[in-house]
Ligand binder design. Sequence first.
Ligand SMILES: [Zn+2]
Length: 317
Amino acid sequence: MAQLQTVRGPIDTAQMGMTLIHEHVLFQFDDSRRKQSIEFAAQLLRDAKQAGIQTVVDLTPVRRIDWFADIAREVDVHIVACTGYYVDRLTPRLLADLSEEQMVERMVHELTVGIDTTPVRAGIIKVAGNRPELTPWEVQVFTAAARAQQRTGACIATHACAGAREQAAVLLRAGGDLNRVFFSHVEAEFGWEGRTVQEEARYLEEIARQGGSLLFNNFGFEFDTPWPDLVYLLHYLCDRGYAEKVLISVDCNWTWNEEGKPEFEAEREHPETRRRTFAYMLTEAVPALLKAGFTEKDIHTFLVENPRRFFEQAGGG
Ligand SMILES: [Zn+2]
């Protein structure tokens, strides 16, 4: 039986259940708001559990793991932490300036020994690129991730608003296994380099053909991905036989605003996005998908079977 590392320890992948595979349990770690932050995050997870979600994969590679441990103690949801890197400008200098070798060592340590000084192990590697071409620093990070994957068998999640194919190529060159990689935010139209939705569908199909999975999360983000386009891409991949490469999640993230209220991503410009909590997947996104012609079986494939199969492919080394 394959295992998955969670903040509370390893679980069998059969226990994952309905899984949100690209989320942020906490994004901001301000000591003066520790209690409030943990309480609000825990409440969002309790609501998620109530809606039917059993596992949440956090993709915040620079985080306070002791805060996550406190949250995990309070909720009946499996939380998976990650290792790795987000974009250069949001990475503390000390971590950003590591050599490729040191990056590999850090990731392997967090995956196999523990994060910071705790025994909590990461369950996945996160890396990020934002443009069609990766910068030299990003190439180093992706190369380090592929090498850490080779050593540990871990899965990789990428932030790929643009350049998913370039990312796949860099990972493959470094010995990565695309069957254990998913590319996130590929539906964000600002990253399509002028491709039409039909062209973008073929662009993504090529990644799926190579074994990579594709993560879609722009539910309710009409300004980045009009709903008909999101539906088109999902139907296209399923019709071409790649339903097992489709992953869906919310990418819920929020920070405290000046008034001391939790503010969700894009909420200021688009107040309707405030509803995009973890539970939103089941209260809003899934009903919309069912209306768009997907079946309950498709939803089960995207939210239960695919995340489980994805993590079951891990560990091969
Ligand atoms: Zn994210």
